[in-house]
Every structure is written in structure tokens, then in C-alpha cells.
Design a protein around this ligand. Structure first.
Ligand SMILES: Cc1cc2nc3c(=O)[nH]c(=O)nc-3n(C[C@H](O)[C@H](O)[C@H](O)COP(=O)(O)OP(=O)(O)OC[C@H]3O[C@@H](n4cnc5c(N)ncnc54)[C@H](O)[C@@H]3O)c2cc1C
Length: 483
């Protein structure tokens, strides 16, 4: 089959593009080299929907950040994705940093960020009592928010598939050739033909671009490490708390997560060798502790539940690169989608669709109906009354499997029956929210393995993955038999 459009890369950017193509009568293929969607930067970031005072006025990044922030609330409501407009502060620790606040304020006003204001230390402490003693003022941005980033990606990809789109995982694109009016895409999971191609490859954007033409930009993969602290710490802050930006980026933040934890980080380290190395290091984690303590003084680091890192697709270009690749008709790219790429993503999909149209790609509107919404049960967020009704209608929602997060058997069953079924323990976690709590899956893991096994044709436990291909949970001892 020849597709009208193939999208390479199923992060939040590829998923947003796929989602925004649903209203059009075109066949769309979404490919990723990993076994699930949201396996790159999209699953390991600060999860902030930035207000938009940071990007330089006049850039595409400034425009898409503010627009993405504006669109996020409705998009999340349509897709049952948890989102909270909690607001953010940028702290100044000195009079010199107050000047930086003023610069950010003016930039934000130019970018169209609503309701920005600079507040003094008194008002700051009234709004956020746990703020460190050194803070003398802050830039307050009420429109900033927090989201579940992988669920935002997953939800759009699921709705895309439910509306007839195709997702193929484990399909690393290794070659792209043009033949007559089509592109042939060679992958590690078969060959595909498409009339048009969109690349949304995160930190691999320059190397995948290089399969077609010499890239005129370079990705500078920059790792950021984090602490994720228990829910006991999550209630210590109500807003996203940034420090004044410096030459390394936005500095270390302290923020509540949408699941009620506290997140601290990220660091900034350019990766020169293995650009996909998501290790964490004691040196960088120590750096976070020192820096974060300036923002919020009473963080209990003993309540750490997880450390992780993500890799930013920074580039040697100051702006997002979203365009039809020069001299490559029919091939488009969204490259250098660094932070605020998550916040901008709800606007990147619509922007790419407009770009396709203005480049003459035929996008006839569907004549039949389609549904761009998703209903999802988040049991723990429901009122007791609603929970009782749900359990009465389906007792599986009355059986808690993940005790830390209060996730029910019904929700795990829903995850397994979703349009992009989970293929690993972590894929169930991304869909149902299991294993996210204090025990990190220690208790619910074995039960979820049982549920996964019951669904699979290959019922051998040896096939069960923790996460990516090769992360098998169980092994047998192999015996060599002499012939
Ligand atoms: C530490 C950190 C903190 C951040 N914090 C924030 C924040 O708070 N707010 C914000 O707005 N943004 C933030 N960002 C940025 C945001 O996470 C990214 O901009 C966004 O996730 C980019 O999405 P993407 O789809 O472009 O990339 P990705 O999510 O990386 O997706 C790219 C996909 O392409 C696939 N791929 C690559 N090569 C191939 C190939 N050859 N064949 C097939 N598939 C391929 C990969 O497997 C991957 O799934 C942060 C990023 C990091 C790393």
C-alpha cells in the first residue's frame, strides 16, 4: 500500500501532526524505531507547559509556545489528559537578577503571554510559603501549567489510530529513496511507500535528514537529569518554580507534577559519544540538590522515588526548524524541537498541516464523521459517588492493582484494549499509571505481568519486556548439550 503521508517519529510532535491530520481524507502512517510511542524526549522532561516569556520575540518558537499553551487546556480536556494551569515563578536571588525578570517580562509581553507580572518577596511568600530565603522577587506567569507529557502524546496517537491511521513500531528508518512520484522508506520492520514524508525525529533529526540531503543544522544532544520525589513532597509547592536563566538554559526547577509528586532538575550536559545515553550520575544529582535548595529550602531528598534523565534536541539554530526541506519536494521536517517543544506541540501539528497545504499537498476534508476526543477513566481522580457507580457497573474497577497510585484492574484492562496496545510493563505504566508510586512497581509488577501474559499469543514469560526491545524481565539458564 502507498500512503499519502508518512510521519517518522512518534514523540509528542509526530503524534500532534498525526492527530491534526485526522480531519483529512488521506492515509497516514506513523513510524517509530521504538516499540511504543513517546519513548524519546517526550517521556523524560520537566512536563511544564511554559507560558512563553522565554523565546526571543518574533521567532517561530515564541509564536508556537504561546499558541501551544493556549490550545493545551482544551486539547487535554478533549483527550482526558491530566493538565493543570498552576502558574509559574521565575525567582530573582539578587538585584541584578531583578533586571533579568524585567527583561523576561518585556519579552513575554511582546510574545503575547497573558497576565504576567513581577511580584515582590512578600507576595511571593504568601503565594508559595516554602520559597527559599534568598529570593527577593519573582516573575509570575499564571498561564504556565503542568501536564502528563507521555499521555498527551499517547492520547493523540491513540485517537489517530482509532480514526484509521496506522502506527508501526520497531521501525527504525535506515534509508529513504525517491522513485517516480513516491518515497520508499526502508525500516527495520519492513519497507513502506509514501507520497509525502514528515520527519519528527527528536535528537536524530539531523541524522535522519542526512538520509535524504546534507543537513544544514546540527543537533546538540543535551542530557538533563532529575529527582522525582514522593507525594509527601509534592504538596510542598503549588507552582512551577524556575530560577533566572543563564547561559546553560532555564536553570534548575522545582515543581509539582500532575501526579502529585515533586520534580527537581534538570541539569544540562552535552552528550558527545552515546547520544541516547539516559544514565543519571551522582555528580549531576548532587548539583540539583544544591541548586534546588536555593528555591525551596526544606526538600526531603530521602523521599526520592526515582532518578531519570532525558535528552534535549538542542540545535545550533536558535529557533525550531519546521519546513519543507529545501530542494526535497514532498519531505517536511520538525527539527531542533528543544524545550519548549512539549508546550508548543499542540500548535506544531496545526502549523505543519498549514505548511503541507501551502506547499500544495492535497488535503481534502473527510466527508464522513470522525471523533477527535478520547474518554479515559482515571479512577483515583473521581469522586466517591462516581467511583461507586462505576464499580456497580463493572466490578473490575473495584479491584485495586497498583496500591500506591490507586490504579484498578479495570483501568489496566482498558490500557491493554487501547488502540495502541502496550507491549511492555512500562507501556502499561504509561497508559494506566501503574508503578509510578513509592514502590515503583514492586507490588503491582508481578500482577501486571500475569495480565500481559493472559493477553498474548506467546504465553512464555520470557517474552515479557520491562520497556524497550531487549529489556526482557526473565531469563533461563542455557545449557550446552554436546552432540
Ligand atoms: C530534560 C528535558 C526537559 C524538558 N522540559 C520541557 C518542558 O518542561 N516543557 C517543554 O515544553 N518542553 C520540554 N522539553 C522538550 C520536550 O520534551 C521536547 O521538545 C519534545 O518532547 C520533543 O518531542 P519530539 O516528538 O520532537 O521528540 P521525541 O519525543 O524525542 O520523539 C522523536 C521520536 O523519533 C524517533 N526516531 C528517531 N530516529 C528515528 C528513526 N531513524 N526511525 C524511526 N523513528 C525514529 C524516536 O524513537 C522518538 O520516539 C524538555 C526536554 C528534555 C530532554
Amino acid at each position: 500500500m502507498k500512503y499519502d503521508i508518512a510521519i517518522v517519529g512518534a514523540g509528542v510532535v509526530g503524534a500532534s501532526i498525526a492527530y491534526n491530520l485526522i480531519p483529512y481524507d488521506v492515509s497516514v502512517l506513523l513510524l517509530d524505531k521504538n516499540n511504543d510511542v513517546a519513548m524519546g524526549a517526550t517521556r523524560a522532561n520537566s512536563a511544564i507547559i511554559h507560558a512563553g516569556y522565554d523565546p526571543k520575540p518574533g521567532t517561530l518558537m515564541a509564536r508556537l509556545n504561546v499558541e501551544g499553551n493556549r490550545l493545551c487546556e482544551k486539547l487535554c480536556a478533549d483527550l482526558s489528559v491530566p493538565f493543570k494551569r498552576c502558574g509559574s515563578f521565575v525567582l530573582a536571588f539578587s538585584d541584578a537578577e531583578k533586571n533579568t525578570l524585567q527583561e523576561l517580562f518585556e519579552r513575554g509581553v511582546k510574545n503575547g503571554v497573558p497576565d504576567l507580572r513581577i511580584i515582590d518577596a512578600g507576595e511571593l511568600r504568601e503565594m508559595e510559603p516554602g520559597i527559599g530565603e534568598e529570593a527577593v522577587a519573582a516573575l509570575y506567569a499564571p498561564s504556565a501549567g503542568i501536564v502528563n507529557p507521555w499521555e498527551l502524546c499517547l492520547a493523540q496517537a491513540e485517537v489517530f489510530v482509532r480514526n484509521g491511521g496506522t502506527f508501526v513500531g520497531n521501525a527504525e528508518v535506515t534509508a529513504i529513496t525517491k522513485s517516480n512520484d513516491a518515497f520508499s522508506i526502508e525500516t527495520t520492520n519492513g519497507e513502506f511507500e509514501t507520497a509525502n514524508l514528515i520527519l519528527a525525529c527528536g535528537i536524530q533529526a539531523d541524522s535522519v535528514h542526512g538520509l535524504i540531503a546534507k543537513p544544514d543544522f546540527q543537533i546538540v544532544p543535551t542530557r538533563g537529569e532529575y529527582f522525582l520525589l514522593d507525594k509527601s513532597e509534592g504538596s510542598k509547592v503549588n507552582h512551577v518554580i524556575f530560577q533566572c536563566p543563564n547561559e546553560l538554559g532555564k536553570g534548575v526547577l522545582v515543581a509539582p507534577t500532575i501526579h502529585g509528586n515533586m520534580i527537581c532538575g534538570p541539569t544540562s550536559e552535552v552528550l558527545k559519544e552515546d547520544i541516547e545515553d539516559t544514565a543519571t550520575t551522582s555528580a549531576k544529582l548532587a548539583e540539583i540538590k544544591t541548586k534546588a535548595a536555593r528555591s525551596v529550602s526544606n526538600i526531603s531528598w530521602r523521599d526520592n522515588v526515582r532518578n531519570f534523565s532525558g535528552i534535549r534536541a538542542n540545535s545550533d539554530n536558535d529557533d525550531f526548524i519546521i519546513r519543507e526541506i529545501p530542494d526535497c519536494n514532498g519531505i517536511f521536517e520538525a527539527a531542533g524541537i528543544k524545550s519548549p517543544g512539549l508546550a508548543s506541540s499542540p500548535a506544531i501539528g496545526p502549523y505543519m498541516v498549514e505548511l503541507l497545504k501551502s506547499s500544495g499537498i492535497a488535503l481534502p476534508e473527510k466527508s464522513g464523521s470522525y471523533d477527535m476526543t478520547r474518554k479515559k477513566i482515571h479512577f483515583r481522580d473521581m469522586s466517591n459517588e462516581d467511583r461507586a457507580k462505576l464499580v456497580a457497573s463493572d466490578p473490575a474497577y473495584g479491584r485495586i492493582v497498583c496500591r500506591c497510585e490507586g490504579v484498578t484492574e479495570g483501568e489496566i484492562r482498558d490500557a491493554i484494549a487501547s488502540p495502541i496496545p502496550p507491549c511492555s510493563l512500562d507501556a502499561v505504566k504509561r497508559r494506566a499509571g501503574t508503578g509510578m508510586g513509592r514502590c515503583q512497581g514492586g507490588f503491582c509488577g508481578p500482577r501486571i505481568v500475569e495480565v500481559l501474559l493472559a493477553q498474548k499469543e506467546d504465553t512464555s514469560p520470557l517474552s515479557i519486556l520491562q520497556d524497550a526491545e531487549g529489556s526482557n524481565l526473565f531469563f533461563t539458564r542455557e545449557t550446552e548439550v554436546e552432540s
